[in-house]
Design a binder for this molecule. Sequence first.
Ligand code: PLP
Length: 379
Amino acid sequence: VNTTIDTLPTPCLILDQAKFQHNVTKMRTRIAQRGGTLRLHVKTNKSIDATRRIIADGAPERIMVSTLEEARYFAAHGLRDITYGVGIVDQKLEETARLIGTGVDLKLVLDSAHMARRLGQRGRELGVTFKAYVEIDTDGHRAGLQPQDAQLIEIGRILAGDRGSQLAGVITHAGGSYECRSIPQIRAMAEQERSRLVVAAEHLRAAGIACPQTSLGSTPTATFGESLAGITEVRAGVYVFQDLVMAGLEVCRIEDIALSVLATVIGHQTTRNWLITDGGWMALSRDRGTAQQAVDQGYGVVCDVDGRAYGDLVVTSANQEHGIVADRHGGAIDFERFPIGTQVRVLPNHACATAAQHDRYHVVEGRQVKAVWPRINHW
Ligand SMILES: Cc1ncc(COP(=O)(O)O)c(C=O)c1O
């Protein structure tokens, strides 16, 4: 690749190499300062090239995946320590057994006695030992058992008592941190995530069940949490790119966001003070994660081709292949600054969702495209 941004067909995905590297190093340093060990969640990047850079920076070779497609892809590229973070069901056990058979140390997640029993049974039938974490609900936002739920002991005994299964430990993800309103709130959420997970582990241990691993994490709690007492690993994924939701939470600055969608101005609506671009929701995603935050960023903040935010220009509305760009306060647009054909870059609300609309990253240093990194999607 030896080209510049202005030759790229739009819309397409741009990754600012320096910002990506900065984010990667910053989180690695932060987790190390806290005395923790990182497990990279690869659902954000879904790219072996990006993941190799993160490992080269010092992240351990251990990942969490959100789909079996990610598990297959990263395993095929040599990563062996993988946790599949979405509750397991019967239909996926043959595939997970096959991956274990190829030498992958694959850990699963469940929160029911039903699936714990099925794991043991199917493990024996398929000739593998399935390792599973029990998911703990530490913030009421999604799946998992309460830390002191009696079912936790029942599940622990089922997993430990069958040669087809094994208890890996307890796991939680404080996704509720995305709804926090201040850094002190995120810090409190991180301590709640930690302390409730430790309560669950102690609950199992008090019943005589070994609970080796305690795994937690989200980018906000990983960034602002303090103590990691009793915790064996911290998971995070979105930090590698950062996004407007993270900026709204003060996890990063707008200038730290490494990912953007390159789009072209295709028209002017002078009476309405709109620029029309070819970056619609197919390129940006329909994510409106900043809608509930103090600053609503529409479908994304508009920057110049070098990635500098104009300030008040946002994508206020998005059709499939059209983006409508306006001043967030309804101010006048200086159309002479944006001739038809002008390239702009749009920062994403949610990096995982925006990246998932694309099959490659154009990795840039300034306006120079240094590399193209393919990425995977789907299940
Ligand atoms: C189970 C689990 N762990 C970890 C993470 C990583 O969190 P973040 O995306 O905030 O980095 C996620 C993200 O959704 C998740 O679902």
